[in-house]
Design a protein around this ligand. Sequence first.
Ligand code: SAM
Ligand code: SF4
Length: 327
Amino acid sequence: MLIDNYNRKINYLRLAVTDRCNLRCNYCMPAEGIDFSQNDKLFTIAELSKLSEILVSQGIDKIRITGGEPFVRKDLMVLLRNLSKMEGLNEISVTTNATLIGPHIDELKALGIMNINISMDAINRATFQKITRRDQYDIVHNNVLRLITEGFKVRINFIALEGQNTEDILPMLDLSKHYDVSVRYLEEMPFNGGSREFDGISWDYKRILAYIKEAHPNYEKLASEETSTSINYKIPGFKGTFGVIPSFSRTFCGSCNRLRITATGDVITCLYAKACMNIRDILRSEASEEKVKEQILKAIGSRAKTGFEAQQKHKGVFANSMTTIGG
Ligand code: SAM
Ligand code: SF4
């Protein structure tokens, strides 16, 4: 079992498979992209499978595949097939922008990979295009509806961005009126790779909740898992639910159960901390299995207690882009 230095059990791995993406969301990276990693610096699918297997043997029972955009990797389904056979791995989920998922929906269903988080920060076409800097609205919209109607557990991630998409907060919430979907409103975090200035947020989770309350005063709080980063609610009569994720306010650090590994092998034990080591070359070396276990134990043995503590220690961390971290 993986237990950190504050006695928190780490059973959830967020594994990035690439830092590339076919969108350019302005809260995530600059219009011109970032300095993307060379292919030989990225884990191969065999390495990602091996790494997952080692970590599952150590107590990881939930893996979320992220990126960059995971589906830009042509061989992603090979990894997902391997993971779906892995004993001890109870939950596999994917975070995606839903532009390229269409051809894989049937196979995902057949593999039992039903938990899909989709970044969709606007219901209005022009707003969507402005934020993502790409013309993919129809494809994303269609894939979202298809996933919902095919029975996937879909969660929409919507970042509330001052001056950009806040008029879409309520229209997006309406999706949960008609469909069994969870719409989660996230606070913006400063990891945009220099895309734009960041000097705090004006839409924190409290403001988002107060805004929703004005339209739906009788929403009810739902019970959530202790390790959940979202605080979840239901509006009477709605088929789905909604939630807020205080990703910048960081109210959830005390129960954090996550480990992040980037597509190039950086090990990140807190979103607000820099990578504490790189595991790629260790995994590539001989006798890697014991070494990987040893290094991961070392990493989680010196985690920051909270994101605020990590931020204090790691001054340059805000220069990062979320496309390399994986969210
Ligand atoms: N491309 C996929 C997607 O967009 O869903 C997966 C990678 S993306 C980096 C993972 C998550 O990070 C998404 O839910 C996205 O909304 C979130 N994210 C990216 N930049 C962010 C930021 N500056 N603040 C808060 N969340 C961010
Ligand atoms: Fe791409 Fe996801 Fe970042 Fe948007 S949030 S640019 S879809 S990696």
